[in-house]
Design a protein around this ligand. Structure first.
Ligand SMILES: C[S@@+](CC[C@H](N)C(=O)[O-])C[C@H]1O[C@@H](n2cnc3c(N)ncnc32)[C@H](O)[C@@H]1O
Length: 211
């Protein structure tokens, strides 16, 4: 008899295909967005690690024609048929990529989402550590690009570095919740951190304070 996880996996795969999404994981973002009301009509969103574009489709559905969606990936993304979905091919670690995001948005963003994932080796500790490295880069981007009180959704693979990553999100946001959407396989170590109320980076001390 097929295992429950693979039956469910097939179910979500077929559902994503039926609904015209480019990725199965689009359904995970849809579930999170519905539950936590993170993506609102008119919001501006940067999607880090956006190829092939399943999350971009969901974001566009939620923000509508008045919002802005910017998808960033090292790999090319096939364009979506919406004027307000902009694409950048670039490495999120590079300052030029972050500057491009800012210059397209023209202001700080309401929401940043990250589904960033490395090329997997199959060795859990290595994959976990690299994925946390990418999630940390997403947090670094937020320091420059996310508006005060903005929100983030960040995919993370559980493992030994999870707790310290979570602590860093708690330092930066007023509220951090861990979410495991139904569309995520039980056997997968992925979870999503839903972070709201970005505190913003503290301003540097004034010269008199620093003295
Ligand atoms: C799981 S996929 C994203 C799937 C996407 N959310 C969707 O629904 O279609 C992870 C993506 O992260 C991208 N990625 C990995 N490292 C990156 C980096 N340093 N900068 C930009 N993108 C990166 C990969 O190229 C890959 O396309």
């Amino acid at each position: 008899m097929p295992k429950k996880d693979s039956v469910l996996g097939d179910y979500y795969y077929r559902a994503a295909r039926r609904e015209g999404y480019r990725s199965r994981s689009a359904l995970k973002l849809k579930e999170i967005a519905q539950k936590y009301h993170i993506l609102r009509r008119g919001s501006s969103v940067a999607d880090l690690g956006a190829a092939p574009g399943g999350w971009l489709q969901v974001e566009r559905e939620f923000v509508g024609s008045d919002g802005l969606v910017i998808g960033i990936d090292i790999s090319p993304i096939r364009p979506l048929p919406f004027e307000n979905v902009k694409l950048i091919q670039g490495d999120i670690a590079s300052p030029e990529t972050r500057e491009k995001i800012y210059s397209i948005a023209g202001r700080k963003l309401d929401v940043i989402v990250s589904d960033l994932a490395p090329k997997f080796t199959g060795v859990h500790d290595v994959d976990h550590s690299r994925q946390i490295g990418l999630a940390l880069m997403a947090l670094e981007s937020a320091k420059m690009l996310l508006k005060r009180n903005g929100s983030m959704i960040i995919k993370v693979l559980m493992g030994s570095e999870f707790k310290s990553f979570q602590n860093e999100t708690v330092r930066l946001f007023r509220n951090v919740r861990i979410c495991k959407p139904a569309a995520s396989r039980d056997t997968s170590s992925e979870v999503y951190l839903v972070c709201t109320g970005f505190k913003g980076e503290p301003s540097p001390p004034s010269p008199s304070e620093a003295a």
